[in-house]
Design a protein around this ligand. Structure first.
Ligand code: AMP
Ligand code: MG
Length: 268
């Protein structure tokens, strides 16, 4: 079902040709998809509780996308009901001086999930082959090597028991315009409007090219990239929740066994 949005290893394709509306591929009407999403949300709640109780699995969810692509709202809406004890969000901004003084994976590795945890990366180590690349923050011969580092790093994490899912929230340039305009027109959204985002928008094509290469070169069976059509929130939410539930169900988790003698306990 998700094959159509899965990036195949090293298969470069043009994001401009990928429909960011996605209503053709999803095969559900808006109301159906919203209902299905509500159900998936409930399932996610109990699966996450089970994961936390079992305390064995580790799940890393990477969210990437252009400005306004909906990374924050995905976190709010898809993870609405989960228990904050077992779910953490790690947001990666412009590196601090201390972070800058280390290799680019240093700050990332510290935030990866422990046993029983789900960690959501709001931006990630991929910024180091995206913004860093389009703004020439390090020379090309340095960022070129990072695709291999990243593949190996993610392989190591999965070999050591982490499951990795990576979602690229795909919006088109018109949709970004609408969303930026809405932020500009709504006082309550001004805090989200960064004038700097307009500079990034001006080099949209360079970003798309950087994404195309990053996705192709780092999508692997153990750490796949999914291109999530994200012009419409209900399409985006439905896809992400479906993939998460599918993955967690695949874990075949069990509550830990009860302590011995529990059946004869009497509470006075
Ligand atoms: P936001 O996600 O809107 O809070 O913005 C965070 C900003 O930090 C974005 O403009 C990112 O491109 C930027 N950023 C994140 N990681 C890096 C990095 N490794 N190097 C440079 N800029 C980064
Ligand atoms: Mg921003």
């Amino acid at each position: 079902m998700f094959d159509s949005i899965l990036v195949k290893p090293d298969q470069m394709y043009s994001l401009a040709n990928v429909d960011a509306d996605g209503d053709g591929v999803i095969g559900l009407e808006k109301e159906e998809a919203k209902k299905a999403f509500e159900k998936l949300n409930k399932k996610l709640e109990s699966l996450q509780e089970l994961m936390y109780a079992e305390g064995k699995r580790k799940l890393l969810v990477v969210l990437q996308g252009m400005d306004t692509s909906g990374k924050d709202s995905t976190i709010r809406q898809v993870f609405e009901h989960v228990n904050p004890q077992g779910v953490k969000v790690a947001s990666f901004k412009v590196p601090t001086p201390q972070e800058m003084a280390h290799d680019y994976l240093w700050r990332i590795h510290q935030r990866t999930p422990g046993s029983g945890e789900i960690v959501i990366f709001n931006r990630s180590h991929y910024e180091d082959v995206l913004v860093v690349r389009v703004h020439n923050l390090v020379p090309e011969e340095r960022w070129q090597k990072r695709f291999e580092h990243i593949r190996e790093f993610e392989k190591m994490l999965t070999d050591e028991g982490t499951t990795i899912l990576k979602f690229y929230l795909h919006i088109d340039k018109d949709e970004q315009k609408k969303r930026l305009q809405e932020r500009l027109d709504t006082p309550e959204k001004h805090w989200k409007f960064n004038i700097g985002d307009l500079k990034e928008r001006a080099i949209w094509d360079q970003y798309q090219k950087a994404y195309e290469e990053a996705l192709a070169r780092t999508s692997r069976p153990w750490a796949p990239w999914y291109v999530i059509p994200s012009n419409r929130k209900w399409v985006r939410n439905y896809y992400i929740a479906s993939i998460l539930v599918d993955t967690l169900e695949g874990f075949k988790m069990k509550f830990p066994p009860a302590e011995e003698g529990l059946d004869s306990v009497v509470i006075e």
